[in-house]
Design a protein around this ligand. Structure first.
Ligand code: FUL
Ligand code: CA
Length: 500
């Protein structure tokens, strides 16, 4: 054999050898050089660390509180006498403890609503608590709520309305400098901020320093969002930013608390900024170009601010549960507004509703029936323990059941020695690998055969299926559509307490 041919043959052998190696890795979907089974490759857009922390919160609260609380309005005109802001018994500890008892993991305060009144003594405006009657102008609501949150272990976020009906310069470039100065105060003086909430409302008319006119701005260009977002990243890198289109968290498209079904965590904002037309807020888009999951914001009352006339219109525990299942249970986060009253506390009626809502949720999720079940999967990635179906029931979102790359529609059965009774199923995907499952179905073993009792599409951070009570000793979860092998971190079965 000539040397040339020898080299050629060796090269060919090498190609064949490497090719076989590559093929076997693909088939097992998981092999590494040292024999360890590798995790699946991520699919599509994946969440950032800060988004993962946000997903884990699931349920937090809004506090709408400002001059409107005292003028009985929803949108203050911006001409309010600062003296009207005068809570008679403001108690940040009470507000935070009510939120905490309800199961909220954080609170987002309207540091400034559309009226422009600042709940902290900003050095850049006179329209703030410093000119109010409250605490002789020495009070700071942002400080008190942020400290109470820290003390009780809740995260703290701020809402800073871009629309400002008080400012004379609203609509001119100087306003953007003002807005960023306010943001800087909030992001440098109050410790860690978990969320910066950018509202999308731009109603038009306002006081505007006495001009009392209608001002129209182009919301896509006027606010110069890229630079404001950049400022937030620099000052508070761990904070997520909410707006119609993210960049971290998107609006769900309504204020009823309902996420779509499906509700994908991905979206194609097309470089859109708040104020632009964005399609698919309620359901997300698949495939989307960015990971921008939805937040459902809704008030416990008809209005966002406290009105005594709405004391009898507080959402019932049943309504709050419906909202929870259609927000958190659709993979979104729930931001439930609790408006402090004129005392500066959460009203008793709201507390009563929240307590019962929490009691039902706690009782529901106290026992995961899946823990007692024997699990059998149609496939486990590389046969490895690291990806075993038991990862579905270890109460950790960091471990997951995954299959070989080629197995995209696997199933897992749960078998009990005695029949169990449940009406809620909980599923969770392992988010660092992207949203992978596109459809699934659930079957119960009934009269000697499998009978489907639920089917769904998106799972994402969490999918709660709530239906009729089922009694069975066997359940099967089928992944019916996925572009890649699934990676599921939780599957559980629960029984809601029967309503009193
Ligand atoms: C809207 C505002 O106009 C409401 O007053 C409220 O703050 C809600 C959360 O967002 O856009
Ligand atoms: Ca797990």
């Amino acid at each position: 054999m000539s040397t040339k041919l020898q080299v050629y043959c060796r090269g060919l052998l090498l190609v064949v050898f490497l090719g076989c190696g590559f093929l076997s890795v693909c088939q097992a979907g998981a092999g590494s050089a040292d024999g360890a089974v590798l995790p699946p490759a991520p699919y599509g857009p994946v969440p950032s660390e800060r988004q993962l922390r946000w997903h884990a919160m699931e349920f937090y609260g809004f506090l709408h509180f400002t001059v409107n609380t005292f003028t009985d309005k929803e949108w203050g005109y911006g001409d309010e006498d600062e003296k009207v802001f005068n809570p008679t018994a403001f108690d940040a500890g009470q507000i935070v403890s009510v939120a905490k008892a309800a199961g909220m993991k954080g609170l987002i305060l309207t540091a400034k609503h559309h009226d422009g009144f600042c709940l902290w003594p900003s050095q850049y405006t006179e329209h703030s608590v410093k000119n109010s009657g409250w605490k002789d102008g020495h009070g700071d609501v942002v400080k008190e709520i942020s400290l109470a949150c820290r003390k009780q272990g809740l995260k703290f976020g701020v809402y800073l309305s871009p629309w400002d009906r008080n400012r004379k310069d609203y609509g001119q470039p100087g306003y953007i400098t003002y807005y960023r100065s306010e943001l800087r105060e909030l992001l440098t003086n109050y410790g860690e901020i978990c969320t910066v909430w950018f509202d999308g409302a731009n109603g038009g008319d306002g006081f505007y320093g006495g001009a009392k006119e209608t001002r129209r701005i182009d919301a896509r260009t006027f606010y110069d969002w890229p630079n404001t977002w950049q400022q937030v990243r620099e000052l508070m890198p761990n904070a997520v930013m909410f707006s119609d289109v993210g960049p971290d968290v998107r609006w769900v498209g309504n204020e009823h608390g309902f996420a779509g079904d499906p509700c994908w965590a991905t979206l194609s904002p097309d470089g859109g900024f708040p104020g632009g037309e964005v399609k698919g807020l309620n359901s997300g888009q698949r495939p989307g170009t960015s990971w921008i999951p939805a937040e459902c914001d809704v008030s416990i009352r008809p209005g966002w601010f406290y009105h005594a006339s709405e004391d009898q219109k507080v959402k019932t525990p049943a309504k709050l549960l419906e909202i929870y299942y259609k927000s958190v249970g659709h993979g979104a986060c729930l931001n439930l507004n609790l408006p402090p009253d004129r005392r500066g506390q959460i009203n008793e009626n709201d507390m009563r509703s929240l307590r019962e809502f929490r009691r039902i949720l706690d009782e529901t999720f106290a026992t995961d029936l899946a823990i007692q079940a024997k699990l059998t999967a149609s496939n486990t990635r590389g046969g490895a323990k690291a990806f075993a179906p038991t990862n579905l029931t270890d109460s950790s979102r960091d471990t997951y059941w995954a299959t070989d790359d080629a197995v995209r529609t696997p199933e897992v059965t749960f078998e009990w020695s005695q029949p169990v009774r449940f009406n809620v199923v909980n599923l969770r995907e392992y988010l660092p690998l992207g949203q992978r499952v596109e459809a699934f179905a659930l079957d119960q073993w009934k009269d000697g055969q499998w009978v489907e009792f639920a089917r769904g599409t998106s799972i994402g951070n969490r999918r709660l299926i709530r239906g009729d009570y089922i009694t069975t000793d066997r359940v099967r979860l089928r992944i019916t559509q996925a572009p890649v092998c699934p990676a599921l971190s939780e599957a559980g079965f629960y029984a809601e307490p029967l309503q009193k």
